[in-house]
Design a protein around this ligand. Sequence first.
Ligand SMILES: [Ca+2]
Length: 152
Amino acid sequence: MNFILLIGCLLFSSASGRCPDGFVTFGLSCYYFSHDVGTWIGSQVACNQAFFPTKANLVEINDQEENHFLYQQAKATQKDYWVGASDLQIAGMYRWLSGKVVSASSSHWIPGQPSRGPEHCMNILQGVSTSNCWNDAPCNSLYYFICETPAN
Ligand SMILES: [Ca+2]
């Protein structure tokens, strides 16, 4: 009897869950908001490995709605998070991990950011008043991080 209940639960959870445990659904993606901090590279490694066999990456922000969702989550958790863009390849040219260039027209930098210098990795800061929340920070700084993987 318990076995049958267990099977039923497994079937139900796999049929109803579009995102892995611990991930939040928004649009066509699943997001994981970390409870630990890491460097920018360490965070990407964690996104790749932590949820095996679910492979995720640091989040790529593709539109205003997605950015607003992430900003609201950061506000709610009162944490600053790494996201998946850097200018480590070419200083001054921010790219997402997919290689897509962060276009000036669809960016959400905090006024005055990116401040550059030794800062080459992008994070979102929750302590700002609008969803223009992007900042550049030293890649070895420790922040929480957001992983993204496609929803099933
Ligand atoms: Ca900065």
